[in-house]
Design a protein around this ligand. Structure first.
Ligand code: NOJ
Length: 564
């Protein structure tokens, strides 16, 4: 798509009005939009790995509280804490045995309240991770459910007879093996899309829905500002248990057939549940973020719901699926998500995928590329969700020996599948022993890069990845074009440089990102208006604008304010 009539009009209006406002300070963010989550920056914390306050080698809530000043200074508005509820920790918290408490490993409810109080003082909101699809097999609901075929909670989970000595159908668990486990107590199988220790709840049972909806109320009343909903696309299954089609011959990393999860994921019944959760959330001005593993805009639109009555922020995983610096790919995807019916959400890394530093880094310009990617997802129209450690350029460091693997996926899938330990290593605070994460033995080894890439060292280096993040986040908070502006791509045929404008009333910002390892120039000539000028706000590597042209060194970033 070339610049549309509308965008040309907006450019004209913005450029014309620019000079009149050049001297004025930007208006306060809050007046423009009451949806706080549209302009907030979210930061994902994997609590095991963030900060350990008691020396047991595992991070905890008091550790997070002790780092709130850091998070404030960094410039985040909300923290999403991955599950910190009581759990046998088979899947590191994604196997919950009590939804309304805190795992002793992470602290107590009083510690949570203290964290909430301290966060509130700093205007940082808390988002919890709600594991909606399944519980732990140690949850009292499941223990009762499995105790007899007539127990009160029997129908809270999915129990079926086998086919002779075989499971009820061919569905496989995403973590390997059949998705059915035989339980000799009652001679039936139960269904688990994830580990056998994570039995799926039966969302067709209204009692399950009521109990789970109440969990959200419990936490809202404790001051939580929303939830990240885990694995939303797996809530419902075909009640007839139709076999899944086989996608192609062969085996996956776990030695299972390669299936299309047609009859056990993405069933439309989930939307009813999301509407119900949203109704409750609206009463608390809360946000629902969805782990909606999709890069498909039509599917995202379904998750926003008709009239935006489901998830405010269904996560768009487009960026995690493009693993090369390709302006054309990014352009296409950004355009698509901007055309969606709801507000975009951008994620470049999380606790389940290789960090962006490794996916995009070329080994020689890793820090420049980390800044480039930061500039991209923090200046787009939409809500960015950062992952802890991205801001200091943390590197994925997978285990090299099977015996060191902690993530069960890595243990069952080794060596093809190394698991997710590599992206969950301890946060690198300084260059002291264990990177300042713990005084004990860290649950996962600290990567060797902690000596150069840590918060203390990078805070002192104006050229560090961390200082770059802070600068961009500061600009984003105060710049109306970055907060509210539309997204207008420019130079759309350029194969090396991704560039776009953010325009809002009389404010305009141009962003130019050189995704190539050679120097590049782009023109700021916007027909039919001629050249626009841009005053540098933030740049890397000496990127600069002169007379309607921006010149960018390899992987250089230029963010400028439009002028006349
Ligand atoms: C998605 C979570 O992000 C992942 O870490 C977890 O293993 C599965 N859901 C199961 O809860």
């Amino acid at each position: 798509m070339k610049g549309t009539v509308l965008s040309v009009f907006l450019i004209a209006v913005s450029v014309a009005a620019m000079s009149a406002f050049a001297q004025k300070s930007p208006p306060a963010a809050a007046v423009e939009d009451r949806d706080w989550w549209k302009h907030a920056v979210f930061y994902e914390i994997y609590p095991r790995s963030f900060a350990d306050s008691n020396g047991d080698g595992v991070g905890d809530l008091n550790g997070i509280t002790s780092k709130l000043d850091y998070l404030k200074d960094l410039g985040v508005d909300a923290i999403w804490i991955t599950p910190c509820f009581p759990s046998p920790q088979v899947d590191f918290g994604y196997d919950v045995s009590d939804y309304e408490n805190i795992d002793p490993m992470y602290g107590t409810l009083a510690d949570f309240d203290e964290l909430a109080r301290e966060a509130k003082k700093r205007n940082i909101r808390i988002i919890l991770d709600f594991v909606v699809n399944h519980t732990s097999d140690q949850h009292p609901w499941f223990l009762d459910s499995k105790s007899s075929r007539t127990s009160a909670h029997r129908d809270w989970y999915i129990w079926r007879d086998g086919k002779g000595r075989q499971p009820p159908n061919n569905w496989v668990s995403i973590f390997g093996g059949s998705a059915w486990k035989f339980d000799p107590t009652t001679n039936q199988y139960y269904y688990h899309y994830f580990y056998a220790q994570q039995p799926d709840l039966n969302w067709r049972n209204p009692a399950v829905k009521d109990a789970m909806f109440d969990v959200t109320r419990f936490w809202y009343k404790r001051g939580v500002s929303g939830f990240r909903l885990d694995a939303v696309d797996t809530l419902f299954e075909d009640p007839n248990l139709t076999d899944n089609p086989i996608l192609r011959p062969g085996k996956n990393a776990f030695g299972d057939p390669i299936e299309q999860d047609k009859f056990n994921t993405k069933l439309p019944e989930v939307h009813q549940v999301l509407r119900g959760l949203r109704k409750i959330a609206d009463g608390y001005d809360a946000v629902l973020i969805g782990e909606t593993w999709t890069a498909d805009v039509a599917e995202l639109n379904q998750y926003y719901g008709k009239g935006n009555n489901e998830l405010q922020l269904p996560m768009d995983f487009l960026f995690t699926m493009v693993n090369k610096l390709s302006p054309a790919e990014f352009r296409k995807q950004i355009a698509e998500v901007n055309a969606a019916s709801g507000w975009p959400t951008f994620v470049i890394s999380n606790h389940d995928i290789v960090r962006s530093y490794d996916r995009y880094g070329d080994g020689q310009h890793n820090d420049q590329i980390a800044k480039l990617m930061a500039a991209l997802y923090l200046t787009l129209r939409g809500t960015p969700i950062m992952y802890y450690g991205e801001e200091i350029g943390m590197k994925t460091t997978p285990p090299t020996r099977k015996e060191d693997v902690k993530d069960p996926i890595g243990r069952t899938g080794w060596p093809k599948e190394k698991g997710r330990d590599g992206e969950r290593t301890p946060m690198q605070w300084d260059d002291s022993a264990n990177a300042g994460f713990t005084t004990g033995k860290p649950w996962l080894p600290v990567p060797p890069t902690y000596e150069t890439h840590n918060v203390a060292a990078e805070s002192k280096d104006p050229d560090s990845v961390l200082e770059f993040y802070k600068r961009v986040l500061r600009l984003r908070r105060t710049n109306p074009a970055l907060l509210y502006g539309n997204y207008t791509p420019i130079n759309e045929d350029n194969p090396n440089v991704l560039s776009y404008l953010r325009l809002y009333r009389n404010h305009g910002v141009v962003v130019a990102l050189n995704m190539a390892k050679t120097r590049q120039k782009i023109s700021l000539e916007l027909q039919p208006h001629g050249f626009i000028s841009a005053k540098k706000l933030i740049s890397t590597g000496g990127s600069a604008a002169h007379g309607g042209e921006v010149s960018l060194p390899p992987y250089g970033v230029f963010i400028g304010e439009l002028g006349k």
